[in-house]
Design a protein around this ligand. Structure first.
Ligand code: UT7
Length: 332
């Protein structure tokens, strides 16, 4: 019997309607379109404005989009994994609620948090369940309502992040398609450079933490940038080397969309032509767990069966890594 590999067989996505453009940000903080565009590549991001709606709303929409497109029966899903850094609530798994809402009544579900690498790590987790032979349909959703943890008076962070969600289905494959190799890394040195200070077990929420603005994202952008550039390039180069892939063998790079300059540096180290680098950061900004599935969704028609895809991500913690995956289907 041939070895079971874990292939992505369907993709879905959702972004909220409200567009926050660089021009609007210019009216809110001391910034300008030229600075944001040249430093990050971002032009606009989507924001979930409606009160009372959280990450689950985005995740459910993305999953429903996948279910409609693929025609799968949600009752056949074995596991729903929700990659997110912004769960609906600190306790009560958001993924469980999402699974119930989409009709995945026979699935178990949980959340997976690794900052901006949540989805990449989730790909590894989802694929492992499939490769083990234990489950046949694993729905991996990446969703974040970043606007819920951003201070819109802090120009160092509010220009970068946006809200969004994407979903993929992992299924067994006997043609050798799907996840081929992974190289995942983490280093606690990153804890001080990208974080939310309060609201966790070290510093629970209090009137003081709210007053001090300790419930929104702090980022030492320069330091994170430096680690992200070398980290993402190192793992992508390594995964190519150990799979004997040259730049000619790689069809597409799908890199976490945090900063266009970080993506360019990774592509350069891989020797990739820019035509092979999938980019949508100008439309959504950094949607944390949703960047990679949003890329697959937006460029689905261009991906061909057998194409070699390299995924790469870098995020808080630090967490980072690279995955080599063979695309499993053509879109009509
Ligand atoms: O996804 C999770 C991982 N996160 C990342 O990968 C993000 C990594 N970091 C970055 O992408 C970049 O560091 C930023 C986009 C956050 C910032 O870009 P930078 O080129 O590192 O800028 P900087 O922080 O070094 O700031 C350069 C200058 C400063 O002015 P002075 O001190 O040179 O006069 C800042 O005050 O730009 C100023 N600045 C701004 N100006 C206009 C900082 N933010 C802004 C802004 N608009 N929004």
């Amino acid at each position: 019997m041939s070895k079971i590999t874990a292939a992505i067989t369907a993709v879905g996505a959702y972004v909220p309607d409200f567009v926050l453009s660089n021009q609007v940000l210019e009216t809110m903080i001391d910034t300008n379109d030229e600075w944001i565009t040249t430093r990050t590549g971002i032009k606009e991001r989507r924001i979930l404005k409606e009160k009372g709606k959280g990450t689950s709303f985005l995740a459910i929409k993305a999953a429903q989009n996948l279910i409609e497109k693929s025609g799968i029966n949600p009752e056949d899903i074995d596991l729903v994994l929700l990659a997110t850094a912004t769960p609906d609530m600190p306790v009560a798994s958001t993924g469980v609620y999402v699974a119930s809402q989409i009709g995945a009544v026979n699935a178990f579900a949980y959340d997976l948090q690794a900052a901006c690498s949540s989805f990449l790590y989730g790909m590894s987790t989802a694929a492992s369940y499939i490769q083990s032979g234990r489950y046949k349909k694993v729905l991996l959703i990446g969703a974040d309502k970043m606007s819920s943890i951003i201070d819109y008076t802090d120009r160092a962070t509010c220009i970068i992040f946006g809200d969004g969600a994407g979903a993929v289905l992992f299924e067994p494959n006997e043609e050798g398609m799907g996840l081929q190799d992974e190289y995942l890394r983490s280093d606690g040195i990153g804890r001080e450079y990208l974080k939310i200070d309060a609201g966790g077990s070290i510093l629970p929420a209090s009137a003081e933490t709210v007053q001090n603005g300790q419930h929104t994202v702090f980022q030492d952008g320069k330091t994170v940038f430096k680690y992200a550039v070398s980290g993402m390039a190192d793992v992508s180069e390594k995964i190519m080397q150990r799979n004997d892939l040259t730049h000619n063998d790689v069809n597409w790079l799908l890199a976490h969309q945090a900063n266009k300059r970080i993506i360019d540096a990774t592509a350069e180290r891989m020797g990739l032509d820019e035509s092979k680098v999938l980019i949508n950061i100008h439309r959504y900004g950094n949607t944390t767990s949703a960047t990679l599935p949003l890329l697959m969704h937006d460029f689905e028609k261009q991906l061909k069966k057998g194409d070699n895809l390299i995924f790469a991500a870098f995020g808080g913690g630090f967490t980072w890594g690279s995955i080599y995956l063979k695309w499993a289907y053509d879109t009509k």
